[in-house]
Design a protein. Structure first.
Length: 152
């Protein structure tokens, strides 16, 4: 079996910086979100529901990237805080429609821009607007490549 020298592999050289960048972004965001009295998953649910008429649990799970099993507990806690409400869908009793309450919508309008304002300077310091557009495109292409079942 041939042993490959992977030290100079340009594709593998980006994995660690990519993961470290994600961790650094997450730490800054996590600290800010928790200072608002929310967990990152709770913030994610509020951010996805904000400004919308609501979503089904399935739609919310897909748009937040949270597992349906985790989402149930998050929704329970947000409902206990009177930030969201559940509504049974008449034509499909297995589905539940989730939307922000008035209190939840008010919180969304307060915390979402505040969080964006905390995060934005980190990106502005490191990247130009043109680089952001290019990076977004590259990250989407990388994600889509990794989501393909099998590459030829």
């Amino acid at each position: 079996m041939e042993v490959l020298d992977l030290q100079d592999d340009p594709y593998l050289k980006i994995i660690r910086p990519l993961v470290e960048a994600y961790q650094a972004i997450f730490q800054v965001g996590d600290r800010n979100i928790r200072s608002m009295g929310l967990t990152p998953p709770q913030f994610d649910v509020i951010a996805e529901l904000g400004g919308t008429p609501g979503m089904t649990c399935g739609e919310l799970s897909q748009s937040t990237l949270l597992a349906k099993a985790s989402l149930t507990g998050i929704i329970d806690r947000l409902e206990a805080k009177d930030l969201i409400e559940r509504q049974v869908i008449q034509h499909d009793r297995r589905a539940t429609h989730i939307r922000l309450t008035r209190k939840g919508e008010t919180l969304y309008r307060k915390i979402f821009p505040a969080h964006a304002n905390v995060m934005r300077p980190y990106f502005e310091h490191a990247l130009t607007k043109q680089e952001i557009v290019i990076m977004q495109d590259m990250l989407i292409r990388l994600r889509e490549s990794c989501q393909k079942e099998e590459l030829s």
